[in-house]
Design a protein around this ligand. Structure first.
Ligand code: EPU
Length: 337
């Protein structure tokens, strides 16, 4: 267990926001985690995983618990399938590559997503037509009151679009310690239908793609649009794509016939917030060191010394402009702390 006092959280969040924490405790085992939690209330804690989906807007008064639990294990294996478990502190992308190298299919479309394994279920990470819930089996989490471990099945997690029980009823009540996935060893159906993957594979002359080829395609597409947090602070998509009724869509189409949309159910569609922000003329907009990414308008960036408050102010302006122009409310998908 490592304890640091008066520490800058800049290296611990991908936005690169420089706020300080009075106390940061790094735990490397479930026992250490239990030990730390023994004398603390949930309200006194801030749980930190990869720091890739948060915007820190002020100095942190609570004790920061940095979850650095490591390890991967194959729990079950048949000729066709395997159940793999990873501890919460494993880097997500490294875990995806580990599975790909073993020939396990299911996570390849989720390559290069920043963050750690333990925080992935909280927002049901998703990209290129695949979501975490598609291969999720269960996760283990420590109950902050009883300090006992509880297993959550897929049903219990109540996954939705960038959503789960951990963002709702269970928020602030558990710390995820490990996650397990069911992956395919053979007859894995690749999901390349998301336009740009097929296009990339065709351009590369790949006829019978493997999971490795799909992963490479995803990595290349992400790198072309999304900034690398090591070079330019960001938290991926800042807003969720809003869901609107088909009636609203019809009205919007009168003025913006080219508006892209994806059908959700009989009455609703999802509209890309990136398109709305782009169409509002805000792509590449910058105020001080806070900006809208030049290549993907859904991503807000920190050019160096932006504060969390400055990024938050920028996001407020964007929300207001989108409301005025399209009558749509867009809500952040990152946690604002
Ligand atoms: N678009 C624009 N201008 C922009 C950005 C997007 O016109 O500046 C248009 C695109 O042309 C396209 C549509 O908006 O027609 C959708 O864009 P894109 O395919 O880039 O996806 P997205 O909806 O902006 C979502 C996820 C991403 C994920 C991609 C690919 C959310 C909030 N974001 O973005 O996830 O990688 O799809 O599947 O659902 C994340 O959550 O951090 C993240 C990066």
């Amino acid at each position: 267990m490592k304890v640091l006092t008066n520490v800058s959280l800049k290296p611990y969040n991908t936005f690169g926001i420089d706020v300080s924490a009075r106390k940061l405790v790094e735990v490397t085992s479930v026992e250490e985690l239990r030990e730390v939690l023994k004398n603390m209330y949930a309200s006194e804690l801030l749980i930190l995983g990869g720091g890739s989906n948060m915007l820190l807007t002020k100095d942190v008064k609570q004790t920061v618990i940095y979850i650095n639990l490591k390890g991967r294990e194959i729990l079950e294996e048949t000729e066709d399938e395997v159940v793999v478990q990873a501890m919460a502190g494993e880097n997500w992308h490294e875990f995806v590559l580990f599975c790909i190298n073993k020939g396990f299919g299911g996570l390849e479309n989720l390559s290069l997503i920043p963050g750690k394994v333990g925080t992935a279920p909280i927002q049901n990470i998703g990209a290129y037509g695949v979501e975490l819930k598609d291969s999720f089996v269960s996760c283990t989490a420590m109950d902050l009151q009883t300090l006992q471990l509880k297993t959550f099945s897929r049903e219990e997690c109540r996954f939705g679009y960038r959503d789960s029980i951990f963002k709702n009823e269970a928020k602030g009540k558990y710390i995820i310690t490990s996650v397990s996935f069911r992956l395919h060893k053979r007859d894995h159906e690749l999901n390349t239908s998301y336009g740009s993957i097929d296009q990339y594979l065709e351009e590369q002359g790949v006829k019978n793609p493997t999971i490795g080829d799909v992963s490479k395609a995803v990595i290349s597409i992400r790198q072309s649009k999304l900034p690398d947090p090591r070079e330019l602070g960001n938290s991926g998509s800042f807003f969720k794509n809003p869901v609107v009724s088909k009636e609203t869509l019809k009205e919007l189409q009168q003025e913006f016939p080219e508006i892209p949309f994806y059908e959700i159910d009989e009455d609703h569609v999802k509209v890309p917030a990136g398109w709305l922000i782009d169409r509002a003329g805000l792509k590449g907009f910058r105020e001080g060191d806070a900006g809208v990414h030049k290549k993907q308008a859904l991503v807000l960036v920190n050019y160096g010394n932006a504060t969390g408050q400055e990024i938050l102010a920028l996001s407020g302006k964007i929300q207001q402009k989108i409301k005025e122009m399209f009558g749509i409310e867009i809500i952040p998908e990152v946690n604002i702390i």
